[in-house]
Design a protein around this ligand. Structure first.
Ligand SMILES: *Cc1c(COP(=O)(O)O)cnc(C)c1O
Length: 364
């Protein structure tokens, strides 16, 4: 496999420092490393973030946190979408579950009772309008009666914004913030200590400073994307993906190329066969002229269908040779531009980079 994902840790440092500069000194920072640290390398990224001094790491599922613990990560880890069947695993590896319903709070409390554990740190999520996960305000009394058993101790209360990157939805976001503030007021009145409070993801950090509370959670920003060109200029994509030209061919007018003969040359066409395919995260949607790779500073668009291991691109007007390296995305040609060319977002492209692509970690 000659496709390579190079990960630059100095860019991660830069992005972390930029995001930190947007929040007050006393606000905690949770770095989201779910989904293989957004398709990069969970362990190496977590190690570097731990070295940078983040207060928390965030994963989606318990197994992701277990992997980090088994490799020596000691920073507190919040499991954002913790599943009841993994509660014993979570406790065994000193992970902290996000509890998002009365059902999950009861089940986790029962697990602690079974193991005779007291004061286990948990996080409770309030649904402020995303309508994905979270408790509603009318469960507060029931939650407090469970908290009074002292099996679980609240490390934080959190909520999640639906449209923090979309300023045309600012009114809705402000409503979510106000709802969360109201929830905090009612909830904290009956609590003898103050847990951390957090609602902002990357775009929340950048667009809604009034909602930083005592912690923020950032994923995509750490990896170099600000969901807005005015922030992108201050961030540096940490990953660059390259592949190789394995063969160059010339098609005469009327000749077809690729599976199902999806591309038929209308003029003499020079094509380059590239060492990456849909098994590596270059989905079929990038095919048929929508997606591209960069060769010699120019866009070479994908001809025909994306194969499992291969794409074929148009190099009719590009000077290159067999064995040359091509860029899929990097700092200069960012992943969000390629993703947007096919109607998706940076998150989907970078988290989809397949496991057979070699990750190379560097500090420059
Ligand atoms: C993934 C996730 C984040 C990180 O969001 P970014 O937009 O990548 O900063 C924050 N909070 C929750 C609950 C998440 O699931």
């Amino acid at each position: 496999m000659s496709a390579v994902l190079k990960i630059n840790l100095s860019h991660l440092t830069h992005n972390y420092q930029y995001l930190r500069s947007k929040i007050s000194k006393n606000v905690h920072f949770l770095a989201v490393v779910k989904a293989i640290a957004y398709g990069s390398d969970a362990l190496q990224i977590a190690k570097h973030l731990e070295f940078l001094g983040v207060d928390y790491l965030g994963v989606a599922y318990a197994e992701e946190g277990v992997e980090l613990r088994k490799n020596g990560i000691t920073t507190p880890i919040l499991v954002l979408h913790a599943q009841p069947e993994n509660y014993s695993l979570i406790i065994e590896h000193n992970l902290e579950p996000n509890l998002y319903s009365l059902r999950t709070i009861k089940l986790f409390d029962a697990e602690c009772a079974k193991l005779n554990i007291y004061n286990y740190p948990v996080h409770i999520k309030y649904n402020s309008g995303l309508n994905r996960l979270g408790v509603s305000i009318d469960t507060i009394d029931a939650i407090h009666s469970l908290l009074n058993c002292n099996r679980i101790k609240l490390a934080s209360i959190l909520s999640h914004l639906a449209s923090s990157e979309d300023l045309s939805e600012t009114e809705f976001t402000q409503q979510q913030i106000q709802r969360f503030i109201h929830f905090q007021k009612v909830f904290l009145k009956q609590l003898s200590y103050t847990p951390l409070i957090h609602q902002c993801n990357t775009s929340g950090i950048l667009n809604f400073p009034e909602a930083h509370f005592s912690m923020v959670r950032s994923g995509i920003g750490l990896y170099g994307f600000g969901n807005d060109s005015k922030y992108d200029v201050n961030l540096k994509p940490i990953a660059s993906l390259t592949a190789k030209i394995s063969q160059i061919q010339t098609l005469q007018p009327g000749e077809s190329l690729g599976y199902n003969r999806n591309y038929i040359a209308t003029a003499k066409t020079k094509s380059a066969t590239i060492t990456i395919g849909h098994a590596d995260g270059i989905d079929r949607i990038y095919g048929n002229g929508k997606g591209y790779v960069i060769i010699n500073h120019q866009k070479a668009f994908i001809l025909g269908i994306v194969c499992m291991d291969i794409i074929i691109v148009d190099i009719s007007k590009i000077n290159c040779k067999e064995g040359d390296t091509v860029i899929i995305f990097n700092e200069e040609y960012p992943a969000n531009s390629l993703a947007e060319a096919v109607g998706t977002i940076s998150y989907e492209l970078i988290t989809g980079i397949g496991p057979r692509i070699k990750r190379i970690i560097s500090d420059k």
